[in-house]
Design a protein around this ligand. Sequence first.
Ligand SMILES: [Zn+2]
Length: 632
Amino acid sequence: MRQAIILAGGKGTRLQARLGDIPKPMVNIAGKPLLEHQILLAKQHDFSHIIITVHYQAEKIKAYFGDGKKWNLTIEYIEEQQPLGTAGAILANLNYLADNFLVMYGDTMLNVDLSQLWQTHIQQQADSTLFLHPNDHPQDSDLVETDNNDRILAFHPYPHSSDHYYPNLVNAALYIIQKNALLPWREFKNPIDFGKELFPAMLRKGLYLYGYRSTEYIKDAGTPERLDKVCTDLYSGKIQRGSLQISIPAIFLDRDGTLNHEIGYIRFSQDLNLIDNVSYAVKRFNQAELRTIVITNQPVVARGDCTEADLKQIHNKLETLLGREGAYLDAIYYCPHHPDKGFPNERSDLKIQCLCRKPEINLVQAAQKKFNVDMPNSWFIGDSTIDIQTAKNAGLRSILVRTGKNGCDDKYGVRPDFECFDLQAAADFILDKFPTLLSQARLLTTELKPGDHIALGGLARSGKSTWATLIRYALTERHIPVAIISLDGWLKNQEDRTQDGVLSRYDLPAIVEFIAKIKNISSLTELNIPSYNRLARNRNQQTEKITISPSHVVIFEGVIALLIDKLQQSTSHLFYVDCSEEVRKYNFHREYISRGLSDMEIKALYQAREKDETPVILSSKTRPDIVCINEI
Ligand SMILES: [Zn+2]
């Protein structure tokens, strides 16, 4: 039988105007006292013995809840003659308490998976487990410092010095406590508070306090503003969605080159600096109630270049910088391993072939399990083909950001689902554009059927590869398999090109041969598609492996897709992606900035393309039967 103690002795001075003549824990939220919401949650998680500590207007609370039979629970009361602080009443009544018990504060509204909290406490054999959560203003909050295994090391009251980085972790006033750990304080006579006195004293005695990190819903409703916020959250469904018991999508994020500037291996916290506007992006994910989880390979640890304590400092800085702009991460998972031996200071225990180093997916799966992630609607965002391969291995949607390695690491031959210039653009894409674009794609593809081949063309930077993926998503929902062939894979190396118009930049005979090969496929066949490295301006070593069957819808995508006669003859549908010149010009500019060109060079390139590419592609616009508009 699990036991829960609810601290309900408070008067609620700050809430007086709303309370009238009732005590704070009885404040009405959607037709029920706050305390009843808590009791129902506890009951849902098998806490059948509830003890309520009461003081101010105790009789009103007792009259409402009685002995708990109405809720099929046992409810008992500890009456405080004078307020003893949050821990005082518990210390004074230790004899009545179970070996382990849950402590809730009577002014918090919460929806936490208390069973998981309880089980973690038991597994950890902790003296106390504290529910800790990140908030959007850690710089002016009391923070809790933990080690790599979430053992609490210290409590740091606000204000914080600017040269120390702590994790973004705040005590949310929800605990599980092992009774025996409190015995040294049982004779304590003065009022004593858990957060301010008792937990720091337990740490000084060397007791094991475990920090249970979670972003589940817990808010105190102790002021009129906070009470209003809690009510709004309840009516909007945010509280119901706030527990780990509800599966919600996640944004899995790579670290280096995606969140912070890529500068080779980061070994010290001073080397970590955020890319512009990543806080904005993470904050948007937070506000959209998407779990935001970092998955990073950190072979620096295996190499001995950086200890796990150093890495913790680096991640504390990452959380601090995000927190200063109101953004937080749900979790950071890292792989410290590396398979290759031979580094002078290496740690042999970590020099292994592991299953957590991306593109392996053990870390993603660990997060999926811990955070109950809705995988089919989740995303992996990163700057390298390793990230895109990870997404593919885990069955996640993928976005390549054009920061950091810019997708040009040539480690895996894999096509991202979407490309965005940076994390800010990725957040805007996922939250603002993607849902509408996907509905449009569903409408535009109703006539497509298995075995259809499509040519999809349009001007450079108009959004063709985006649309190819949208079509794939829409058809996959109808269980139609899709293969996307990017014709850019057959771009000639820079030095082999002639100045004879857009078609001359491609290896046309090879494309024609490939089209013929696909046309004649009679069974499931594996094919290699070349890919082009935008930064090196030549072919990647890695080719993309795809499997195609006669029932696959095959999408040939590229600026020249509608200019190749052979393709037009062998496809059943022609698509053209249209885009306003203003947007396309902006995309063109950002694209070549990301490839390292100067403004002058980009301008010259744009003008050259206006001459030798744009007119011929615009003239092909009359052929397609389906036009996709790349704006909303
Ligand atoms: Zn690993």
